[in-house]
Design a protein around this ligand. Sequence first.
Ligand SMILES: [Zn+2]
Ligand SMILES: [Zn+2]
Length: 362
Amino acid sequence: MPRALEHPPTMRAVGLFGLRDLRMIEVAHPGAPGPGEVLLRVAAVGICGSDHHYYNEGSIGGAIVGEGMIMGHEFSAWVEAVGDGVKGLGIDQLVAVDPEIPCGTCESCVHGHPNLCPANLFCGSPNYQGSLAQYIRMPAGNCFILPEEVTPAEGALLEPLGVAIHAVDLAKVKVGETVAVLGVGSIGLLTAALSRASGAGAIYVSEPLAYRRDFAVRYLGGSRLPTEVFNPLSQSIVATILEATHGRGVDVAFEAAGASCTPDQAAQITRPGGRIVVVGIPSDDTMRMTASVVRRKGLTIRLVRRMKHTYPRAIQLVLSGAVDVAALATHVFPLENTGRAFEVVDRRSDGVIKAIVQVNEA
Ligand SMILES: [Zn+2]
Ligand SMILES: [Zn+2]
């Protein structure tokens, strides 16, 4: 039964008003859910590299921030109210929320690729309210009930885990294959962990930040296989990984740094016939690879656009213990301190892997 909704006319949110200018604002409450929708009381929100692009650059590849844009797309929430026709979701249930609302009728959607829908709405982008707010309205189909064992912070981390699942799906990692991961922010770490869970052999990691290298060693260790973590600023990553693989190169290279040099490094370190999966978002919106290298090796290059159909699998992976998402949540801030969360992410200070904003308490 939809419960009658009484709510104040406004709610608290965090708006982006210009480069690095975040403000607490009062905005209109999203109101009662329409048919097929739910009203959600936001629990935990992860700060993503893409949020940081908006914060620091004001746009991502033509998607430009409007004044007061509310970011936030990695989130969990409690169901506050359900609209007509919504089945299977109860009031106060904790859910993880897929932030993308595809149109459902275009060629991409009909062919099972909602992540490629050109008409999609996406939480925390210029076309849809984000979750750095007390409440948000979403289609019920975007909500995935979390088992009791899963915390709100873990629920928020199912979004980046979904992106990593999609990356590993595209790579088709086979048991025993060698893998390189260039860049170990959250997505790189999760991609490496999922590669290991998929049966990968040796995993080679490149990361310029010392604290992230240390984190990666702890996070990915515990196997007799080497997880070798290199600093690309002090050694040639290409020479080092080629040497480590006796000149052959790896079967699969994941580019998860979004740096200008990493796509080409991925090409150089991959064996003939191997696969490259590009996950990172470059700040200058340009990707460079040496044509003769990718061409002569006949490499398969795949690009990650968000994810599709990954939430049920993400929940299984967390429950099975195959991937530890809780360990990535190194920092938690209340909504009022969202600016502080972005500063920590921006400065890559204090050992931050994933900063979480706790918007409401249970
Ligand atoms: Zn994200
Ligand atoms: Zn569509």
